[in-house]
Structures are given as structure tokens and as C-alpha cells.
Design a protein around this ligand. Structure first.
Ligand SMILES: Cc1cc2nc3c(=O)[nH]c(=O)nc-3n(C[C@H](O)[C@H](O)[C@H](O)COP(=O)(O)OP(=O)(O)OC[C@H]3O[C@@H](n4cnc5c(N)ncnc54)[C@H](O)[C@@H]3O)c2cc1C
Ligand code: SF4
Length: 437
């Protein structure tokens, strides 16, 4: 059994844990990062739509349960860098009003105990660290900021610039989507010869085979490992449970399973950064006599109030082929807090990566009869498609929760604000007419 004492243990190497460890490593403190996953293997398959979206090759190989007994594979990714290995790297700040009470059609999103001003300096630092490219002043709902973006916006390709011009003529305010990407552009937006990012068609849910997406492994974990011998990363290290001292007030042991062996570690400070769902599960697994409902759960709030947005992808077909390679450069927040015909927030519209034929075949909810026709022209549809990602806030309902039922993980979630999500889709549909889609 391995043991060791550290100044700080960080559990989880996603953006939360990795950014913290990256910031602490220069202090010289002995830091141990425990990550259940390994390094995501780099290969051409990283950019293959079938591998990523249809086969779900990088997704956690777990089965969870819905409250109705149904089963599903959670959209989680256990790798060094966590979910940021496959994230879309659209790195927005919350709006200033989001920190106050926000009224939705289905209920109230309560005010945060802290305001935007407390977070602002950290947003600025995080944007610089994660290579966020953008331009201040374009997004009509963006909050105030103490500095410009450290990197210029990712420029639109001609069809997306045309779309931007059309939307502007319609009285809307399209803007450059803030993106975390290691891209150096020529004046026409193409990648320079020294740019890590080659501006390919796989920006979004694909892992980047050339490590040019600003994910937590590339930006934080690897630089910390290289520069700071006081920082140690253990992969394949699943934290099973946190044990407290007899008073129940501090964590005395971190119980780890690695290579099927039990190990224990301790630290002056233990940070749980396993992501929203897995952090709650760890606390619930750590129940003891002192904490019968789970660690830090006297309130019975651990695992509750789960939020995940209501999201949909809209694929519109253009009459002419869409030659855009890197499509995810534009967003629209005009309806984020409401619309002239609706007093409640609707949400955000952004472009997503161009659709691939295999992806449409595997993922799209096609009418049943259509999906029986094997020779449907999916590649042709992909060639003509222009693709949008719609995101509406949901509510932090206490009944929406993750919990254990014996050894089974149950995720019990009821959607909210569906009318707002539908209305946002209607707004997009109206925009498609002047786009010739
Ligand atoms: C497909 C996809 C696209 C997304 N796109 C965007 C986007 O465009 N913009 C945006 O802002 N956000 C996006 N997100 C969300 C974003 O990725 C997450 O908000 C972010 O990764 C959360 O960071 P985290 O550090 O809290 O947790 P995670 O990234 O989930 O990292 C948690 C880490 O903890 C590890 N872990 C879990 N349990 C244990 C355990 N018991 N022991 C040891 N290790 C453990 C996991 O393996 C993982 O590495 C996207 C997410 C997905 C899945
Ligand atoms: S667009 Fe750039 S960051 Fe994205 S996958 Fe291609 S090379 Fe990587």
C-alpha cells in the first residue's frame, strides 16, 4: 500500500483542479494530483466523427440509471484534462445580471452570495491562461471587464462573415465567439506556419490530436509537471473515499484504488475537483458515523440542484454548399435575457463545428422511415449544412439530483424552461429565411 503526506492533494485534473494546481505549483508546496483516468491517446481517430460521436470512444464506460429505471451512458470523460479534452472551448463569462436573482417562466434562479465584481479579476486571468480569442464591445450582453482579450478574435470564413452581415442588417448583434484555442492567424484568418492549431474542421467535441485546443491538460497539467518537480500527477488513481479524523471536521485519509491496489494519502489541504457529478458522488461515498448522509451533507444538499442547460443542435440546409471549414466563430446573445415578445430569458445561439455525414447518420433524430434508407445522402446533407448550438438556462430544482441506490448511480432530472428553449428555436428559424437556408 503506497502512502504519502503532501501539502495539498487535488482530486481531478479537469479545468477546476488543473487551474488551481497550475497556480499553486510555483509556490513550491508539495502537490499531489489524483486523476482516475489516463492520458487520452493521440491519433488520427481523435478527428474521426464516427469514433467520437457515434462510437463514443472517449466517453466514460459506465452505465447510470434514470429515476424511471432506464439506463444510459453519462456524457463524462475520464482523462487527464477531464471533460475539457472534448469541450467546445467556447469560454464565456457569466453576465453580471446572472449573479443576481433571475426570473424564468418556470421559476427563479436565486442570487449568488457573491457578485460578478469578485470574479472579474479571475475571469481576466483565466481568459489569458486559456488563450481565449475574442473582441470586447461586440456582445451586447457582455459584462464589464478590466482588460481586453489577450488574443484577437478567431476570424470568420466568408460564409460566416456573410451570415454576420445578414444578421446585422436584421438589427441583431452577432459577435465573435470567445474561443480557447492556440491559434495564430494570418490577416485572412488562416493559421500561420508556426500556429499550433491548423484551423481544421474538427473544432468542438473532438479531442485535438495536435494539442492545440486550450484544454486543462495542455494549458495547466503538462506545464506544471514540466516546470515544477514539487507537482506530482498520479493517473489511474480512483479516489474511492475520504476519511475524516474522529472529530469529523478534517480529512485525514484519501483512499485511492490504483492498479486494483488500495493506497492511502494525506495532505494539509484536500481539494475535491472531480466535476459537478463525480464530486457529489465522492462525498456521498464518504459517509461515516460522523457523516451518515455523506461528507459535508448535513444539509442534504449534496448532489441536489443539478443544472445542465437545455441544449439542442439545429442543422439547417443551405441551397448552395457551405464551404466553411472552421465554422464555430459566431454567436448571438440578443435573446439571452428575453425578447420583445417574451419577458423571460431565452438563451444563447452559437455556431458549432460543421456536421459530418457519419455524425448525421449516427446522431440525428431522423424520422423512423428515413433512417431505414441506408443510401440517404448524409454526406450531401453535411456539405450543405450550417450548424447552430442553442443553449437555454434550466433551473436549480432541488429534486434534480444525483444519488446512489445501493451501488447504482441514479441521475434524477426533470427538464425546465422548455418553452423558452422552443421559443429560441423559433427565433433561429426566423433568421434562416434571410440566410437562404
Ligand atoms: C462535449 C462537451 C462540450 C463542452 N463544451 C464546453 C464549452 O464549449 N464551453 C464551456 O465552458 N464548457 C464546456 N463544457 C463543460 C466543461 O467541459 C466543464 O464545465 C469542465 O470540464 C468542468 O471542469 P471540472 O474541472 O469541474 O470537471 P471535469 O472536467 O469533469 O474534470 C473532473 C476530473 O476528475 C476526474 N475524477 C472524477 N472522479 C474522480 C475520482 N473519484 N477520483 C479521481 N479522479 C476523478 C475525472 O476523470 C476528470 O478528469 C463541455 C463539456 C462537454 C462534455
Ligand atoms: S481546429 Fe485547431 S484546435 Fe481544433 S482540432 Fe483542429 S487543430 Fe486542433
Amino acid at each position: 500500500m503506497s502512502t504519502g503526506h503532501y501539502d495539498i492533494i487535488v482530486i481531478g485534473s479537469g479545468p477546476g483542479g488543473a487551474s488551481l494546481a497550475h497556480r499553486l505549483a510555483p509556490t513550491g508546496k508539495r502537490i499531489l494530483m489524483l486523476e482516475r483516468g489516463g492520458y487520452l491517446p493521440r491519433s488520427r481517430a481523435n478527428w474521426d466523427a464516427k469514433t467520437v460521436f457515434v462510437d463514443g470512444a472517449y466517453q466514460a464506460p459506465e452505465t447510470w440509471h434514470g429515476a424511471d429505471g432506464s439506463t444510459f451512458h453519462p456524457g463524462l470523460h475520464y482523462w487527464v484534462g477531464g471533460n475539457s479534452k472534448v469541450y467546445g472551448a467556447a469560454l464565456f463569462r457569466l453576465r453580471e445580471r446572472d449573479f443576481g436573482e433571475v426570473r424564468h417562466k418556470d421559476g427563479v434562479s436565486p442570487a449568488w452570495p457573491l457578485g460578478y465584481d469578485v470574479f472579474e479579476p479571475y475571469y481576466t486571468q483565466a481568459e489569458a491562461l486559456y488563450h481565449v480569442h475574442g473582441r470586447r464591445g461586440e456582445d451586447p450582453t457582455e459584462p464589464w471587464s478590466s482588460a481586453p482579450y489577450a488574443y484577437p478574435p478567431v476570424l470568420h470564413e466568408p460564409r460566416i462573415q456573410e451570415l454576420s452581415d445578414i444578421l446585422t442588417r436584421e438589427g441583431l448583434h452577432p459577435f465573435h465567439l470567445p474561443l480557447g484555442i492556440k491559434l495564430d492567424q494570418n490577416p485572412d484568418g488562416s493559421a500561420t506556419t508556426y500556429s499550433p492549431c491548423i484551423r481544421c474542421d474538427a473544432f468542438d467535441g473532438f479531442p485535438c490530436a495536435v494539442n492545440a485546443k486550450a484544454d486543462a491538460q495542455v494549458i495547466c497539467v503538462d506545464p506544471a509537471r514540466t516546470a515544477h518537480p514539487n507537482f506530482t500527477l498520479l493517473t489511474g488513481a480512483y479516489v474511492d473515499r475520504l476519511e475524516t479524523d474522529p472529530s469529523g471536521r478534517s480529512v485525514s485519509r484519501v483512499h485511492v484504488i490504483r492498479d486494483n491496489q488500495a493506497e492511502q494519502y494525506s495532505a494539509d489541504i484536500v481539494v475535491v475537483a472531480c466535476g459537478a457529478l463525480s464530486s457529489a458522488l465522492l462525498m456521498l461515498r464518504s459517509a461515516s458515523d460522523a457523516h451518515p448522509r455523506g461528507l459535508a451533507n448535513r444539509s442534504d444538499q449534496v448532489g441536489r440542484n443539478y443544472m445542465r442547460h437545455t441544449m439542442s443542435v439545429v442543422m439547417a440546409l443551405l441551397r448552395e454548399p457551405n464551404r466553411t471549414v472552421f465554422q464555430k466563430t459566431l454567436a448571438l446573445s440578443d435573446y439571452y435575457f428575453g425578447a420583445p415578445d417574451w419577458d423571460y430569458p431565452l438563451g444563447l445561439i452559437q455556431m458549432c463545428a460543421a456536421s459530418h455525414g457519419e455524425q448525421i447518420r449516427g446522431e440525428a433524430p431522423l424520422p423512423h422511415l428515413m433512417s431505414l434508407v441506408p443510401e440517404l445522402p448524409f454526406d450531401k446533407m453535411a456539405e450543405h449544412s450550417i450548424d447552430f448550438w442553442l443553449q437555454t438556462e434550466d433551473l436549480p430544482n432541488p429534486g434534480n439530483r444525483i444519488r446512489y441506490d445501493g451501488d447504482r448511480v441514479v441521475l434524477d432530472v426533470k427538464d425546465s424552461n422548455l418553452e423558452a428553449a422552443g421559443r429560441l428555436k423559433d427565433k433561429l428559424r426566423a433568421m434562416l429565411v434571410p440566410m437562404r437556408a
